[in-house]
Design a protein around this ligand. Structure first.
Ligand SMILES: [Zn+2]
Length: 367
C-alpha cells in the first residue's frame, strides 16, 4: 500500500508544487546553480543566470544568447535594487564587449518583464514580446489601484468568500507597479508560427496559453533547445487561474491544448530552459505529468461537488494549506479554472442561489 500523497502546496508566487511523479526527467547540467552575477553555459553560446525574487519562490532563471554581433537577453527579473546591481555588474563585465541586440520577454508577469524598462533605458535595446503580453503589462501598470475594484469584490462574493476573507483579499491591492519598471512604449512582435534568428540559429515561436494569455516559448530544432518560460517548469506547475476580468473563461482548456501543441512540435530529447529550477530533458514526459496532474485535480474537483458547494468551499478541498490572503487569491483562481473547465465539458453545473453565491454540483451520469 502506498502512503497517502501530501496535498499540493501553493507557493507565494502561485505555482502549485506537484505531488511526486512516477516518471523521470533528467538534469544534464548537474547540480550546479549559477552564483549571483555569474552564468553557466548550458549550450553553445547560451548562458544561464539566476536572479533573486522577493517571494516564496525565491529565484528566476534568465538566459543570455550570444548573437555574435551582440547579445539577446531572455527575461529580465523583477524590479528591485538587487536586480539593478546584478544587471549593472553584468553590463560592466560579461556583456561589456558587445551591444544588447534585444530584450526578449516570455510573458507579462513581473519577474519576467520587471526590469525591461530599466534595461531598455540603459542599452537602447528593443523589447521583443507577443502582442497580448505587451498589452497586459501596459494595461496592468496603467490601471494599478490600491484596492480591488467593485466588480472584483462582487466576483469574490459570488464565489462564496466570507466577509472577512473578502475584506482581506480586497485590501491586497496590486503591486505590479512596484515590481516593474515602466514598460517600453514600443515593441517587436513575437508571433505564433513564425521563426526568428538568435545566436545564428532559427527559433520557432510556440505559444503557451492559460498561465498567461500569449506566453512565448522559443524552440530551436537545429540546437534541440526550447526556452520554456513558466509553461514547461520541471518541478512545479504554473498557476492556471480565472481572474475577475474574465470570470467565465476556460483557461485550463487553453493551457492543456497549448501543451499538446508544444508536445507535437518539440523533439522529446530537447533541452528545456525553464524559468524556475534547473534546465532539464524529458519535455514529453513533463507535459504528460502536467496533464495528469490537472486530470487528478479535475477529478478531485468533481468529487468535492457531489453536493452543491461554493467555489470557496472547493478551494479548501483543493488547497487545504493556504496561509494568507495572497495565497487564497491564487488558490481561488486556480479552483475556478478547474470548475469552469468541468462546466465547459458538461461535468459540473452552476447555479446562482438566492444568497448571491454560485453553487457548483457534479452532473450525475444518466443510467
Ligand atoms: Zn508567470
Amino acid at each position: 500500500m502506498s502512503a497517502p500523497e501530501k496535498p499540493p502546496a501553493m507557493t507565494a508566487e502561485g505555482e502549485t508544487l506537484m505531488p511526486p511523479s512516477n516518471t523521470t526527467i533528467a538534469y544534464p547540467c548537474g547540480d550546479d546553480l549559477p552564483a549571483p552575477g555569474q552564468w553557466i553555459e548550458v549550450a553553445s553560446g547560451v548562458f544561464w543566470l539566476r536572479f533573486p525574487l522577493p517571494f516564496a519562490l525565491d529565484h528566476i532563471n534568465l538566459y543570455v544568447i550570444d548573437d555574435g554581433d551582440g547579445w539577446t537577453l531572455v527575461d529580465t527579473g523583477v524590479s528591485s535594487a538587487e536586480s539593478v546591481a546584478l544587471w549593472q555588474g553584468l553590463l560592466r563585465n560579461q556583456l561589456a564587449s558587445k551591444p544588447i541586440n534585444r530584450l526578449l520577454v516570455t510573458h507579462w508577469h513581473p519577474d519576467h518583464i520587471g526590469m525591461a524598462g530599466w534595461l531598455a533605458d540603459q542599452t537602447a535595446a528593443p523589447l521583443w514580446i507577443t502582442r497580448t503580453e505587451w498589452l497586459m503589462a501596459r494595461m496592468t501598470r496603467a490601471e494599478e489601484t490600491s484596492a480591488f475594484a467593485a466588480p472584483a469584490i462582487a466576483y469574490f462574493q459570488r464565489l462564496g468568500l466570507s466577509d472577512q476573507k473578502r475584506h482581506d483579499l480586497t485590501r491586497l491591492g496590486d503591486h505590479y507597479g512596484s515590481l516593474t519598471t515602466p514598460i517600453p512604449t514600443e515593441f517587436i512582435r513575437l508571433k505564433a508560427g513564425t521563426d526568428i534568428t538568435l545566436g545564428g540559429s532559427r527559433w520557432q515561436v510556440l505559444i503557451g496559453r492559460g498561465h498567461a494569455p500569449e506566453h512565448a516559448c522559443l524552440y530551436s530544432p537545429e540546437r534541440n533547445l526550447i526556452i520554456g518560460g513558466d509553461i514547461l517548469l520541471p518541478r512545479i506547475s504554473p498557476i492556471v487561474g480565472i481572474w475577475p476580468a474574465e470570470p467565465e473563461e476556460d483557461a485550463l482548456s487553453d493551457f492543456l491544448t497549448s501543451l499538446q501543441d508544444i508536445r507535437a512540435a518539440v523533439d522529446p530529447a530537447a533541452l528545456v530552459l525553464p524559468s524556475h529550477n534547473r534546465p532539464y530533458t524529458g519535455v514529453h514526459t513533463r507535459i504528460d505529468d502536467l496533464t495528469a496532474h490537472h486530470d487528478e485535480r479535475l477529478q478531485t474537483t468533481r468529487q468535492a461537488c457531489r453536493q452543491p458547494v461554493s467555489a470557496a468551499a472547493v478551494t479548501k478541498v483543493l488547497f487545504p494549506r493556504l496561509e494568507d490572503a495572497f495565497q487564497l487569491r491564487l488558490g481561488l483562481a486556480e479552483t475556478v479554472a478547474h470548475l469552469n473547465h468541468q462546466r465547459a465539458r458538461g461535468h459540473i453545473n452552476r447555479s446562482l442561489d438566492a444568497d448571491g453565491i454560485y453553487r457548483y454540483q457534479t452532473v450525475t451520469p444518466k443510467v
